[in-house]
Design a protein around this ligand. Structure first.
Ligand code: AMP
Length: 563
């Protein structure tokens, strides 16, 4: 059999990530841990198959692009501007604190101050992928704290873009302008440090302006045009091409990072709800590549560092986990936000990732950072990513317990809320979208008590407005369904479109209450059979009902009534 390194890393990476991820899930830890371990398994520091690190990193980069594109899709310019008052000073202050702490550690380890600064900078910037996965897993992206965290991240990304351009210039100045030592930006010798800084900022501004003026018109136009061709495949391809193309253009023409470019491409699509919806459909690729990101990080981990430099590693971890968190917490609190918001933001940012690797690599290649610095950064990254889910558990435990501000926390945003219901004789509706909300309105008109299980912000808000009791979360999660008091319920309506999840809900509901009438929603005969097997009392196939209603219009009495 002939296969190249790309196929090897794709297959080994994804398969092992799946196996370890599933194991982690079974052990009730975050699947991220499994993905990282899969990376360690295919990495150079463990025996057996070793995947190509360079390829892994490139695939991971695609993951970052698609992820940021997805965030952009849900993030409007308005959102970005609405959090600037806190995100901008917050991120800058946190970067300064983390950099100073890193500098301190570097000096203590006997490095010079430039090495310390590069080390500190690398510790100051959080990983996009880790932060977004953490927020998505907890459905926080659209909440106020989620928006602050994402805005904060954008500022950090921008700062790193500047750092990446400036570091070679500094290295040159330091090393007496060794010719050919550094990489980018022609003519930087004439420009000097401030010139380089100004030029980079000007490029970022030019890119944003270009996207807002040209991109905003051209991108939706392209999508509308492709939609008219009637080819769905072409449409999805157009979306993918736009995401990757804009990211690439941002990087090569404007010197902006891939991630930032993709974010703006997504944000432009966000302007038109139609293209946003369409673009979302074509994002399953994103998840696969995000998994590869974690695999590629795992591959970098050399367990030997735990023995070689345990104390410096502990100090590095303390800076990432405690120093950065504390700084972020203080800043957010100083801006008058509640304890929960401050803790969530601290936890989101208490890790390091892709930018840190890039900075570390650059530092070592310019010989301004000792190799030990890079090893500490890599080990610090993987350990902080591993520990990140633990921090969130701690946040859940401690938020609100101490020093919580009485100030108003916006109530419109869903988080997971699975307090067990006290209702009795209630109607339970799973999913409050197009189907569930109509069922709810009908039942409410009959004077029934409603309990809705929903996971999406807008639908939650609609259910709340209709006066229903709510459980927020994924109904296929046993803990969520358990809270619905099904043993005392009158009837269960499963009004979600995904039949595997609906089947799960059905089976568990049947276990909780063998006599409960369960009505489920299906789209095909196979789904009807599946749901019936899972215990549904009645299954309504949407398409059949649509046909029935269409036919009903053709009856002579219907024509007469219409006339
Ligand atoms: P529609 O297809 O318009 O009826 O919308 C379906 C609704 O069900 C959406 O609002 C989804 O957020 C919601 N939904 C889908 N799956 C689940 C689930 N597993 N748990 C809770 N809500 C869900």
């Amino acid at each position: 059999m002939h296969h190249g390194p790309l196929i090897a890393i794709l297959v080994a990476g994804l398969c092992l990530a799946f196996v370890f991820g599933a194991l982690a899930q079974k052990l009730r830890i975050s699947p991220l841990v499994g993905y990282l371990l899969a990376g360690v398994a295919v990495g150079p520091f463990t025996p057996g198959f070793v995947a190509d690190q360079g390829l892994a990193n490139e695939l991971a980069e695609i993951g970052v692009i698609l992820l940021m594109f997805g965030v952009g899709l849900h993030f409007s310019l308005k959102d970005l501007l609405s959090v600037r008052a806190i995100a901008l000073p917050g991120a800058l202050a946190q970067i300064s604190v983390a950099t100073l702490l890193g500098l301190g550690l570097g000096l203590a380890l006997g490095w010079n101050w430039v090495a310390g600064l590069v080390f500190g900078l690398a510790l100051s910037v959080a990983s996009t992928v880790v932060l977004l996965r953490a927020l998505q897993e907890r459905r926080l992206v659209q909440t106020e704290k989620g928006k602050i965290a994402v805005g904060w991240l954008i500022v950090e990304d921008l700062a790193m873009v500047l750092a990446l351009v400036l570091i070679p210039a500094v290295a040159d100045a330091l090393n007496g302008a060794r010719p050919g030592a550094a990489i980018p930006l022609a003519g930087r010798f004439e420009l000097g440090l401030w010139g380089v800084l100004g030029l980079t900022l000007a490029k970022v501004v030019a890119f944003v302006a270009f996207m807002l003026i040209v991109g905003r018109r051209v991108i939706p136009w392209i999508l509308h045009w492709v939609a008219h061709t009637g080819s769905r495949e072409l449409f999805r391809l157009a979306v993918l091409a736009l995401a990757l193309g804009v990211a690439f253009m941002a990087a090569s023409l404007f010197g902006v990072s891939f991630a930032l470019g993709a974010f703006f491409a997504g944000m432009i699509l966000n302007e038109s709800p139609l293209s946003q919806r369409a673009a979302e459909e074509s994002l399953p690729l994103r998840d696969a590549f995000a998994v590869l990101f974690f695999v590629s990080v795992g591959m970098l981990f050399d367990p030997g560092i735990l023995l070689r430099a345990p104390l410096p590693l502990l100090a590095t971890l303390a800076i990432i986990l405690i120093g950065k968190s504390l700084a972020a917490w203080l800043i957010v609190r100083a801006f008058g936000r509640s304890n929960t918001v401050a803790l969530t933001i601290s936890a989101s940012l208490a890790q390091i990732g892709e930018f840190s690797f890039i900075l570390a690599g650059l530092g070592v290649s310019l010989s301004i950072l000792p190799e030990q610095g890079r090893d500490l950064i890599l080990a610090g990254a993987i350990l902080s990513i591993l520990l990140n889910p633990v921090l969130f558990v701690l946040v859940d435990r401690f938020s609100g317990d101490f020093g919580s501000a009485p100030g108003p926390e916006p109530q419109t945003e869903p988080e997971i809320d699975i307090a067990p219901t006290k209702l009795d004789g209630h109607m339970v509706i799973v999913g409050y979208g197009r189907v569930g909300s109509l069922v709810g309105a009908g039942l409410a008109a009959q004077g029934e008590t409603l309990l809705v299980i929903e996971e999406q912000a807008e639908a939650v808000a609609a259910a709340r407005a209709d006066g229903a009791d709510l459980i927020i979360g994924n109904a296929a999660d046993p803990a969520v369904l358990e809270a619905a008091g099904l043993a005392r319920a009158k009837r269960l309506f499963i009004a979600i479109p995904e039949s595997f999840e609906a089947g799960q809900v059905c089976e568990q509901a049947r276990r909780d209450n063998p006599d409960l009438p369960i009505v489920a929603r299906a789209h095909s005969d196979a789904e009807v059979a599946h749901l019936t097997r899972c215990g549904a009392t009645a299954t309504i196939m949407g398409e059949a009902e649509i046909a029935r209603a269409m036919l009903a219009l053709c009856r002579p009495d219907a024509d007469a009534a219409a006339a």
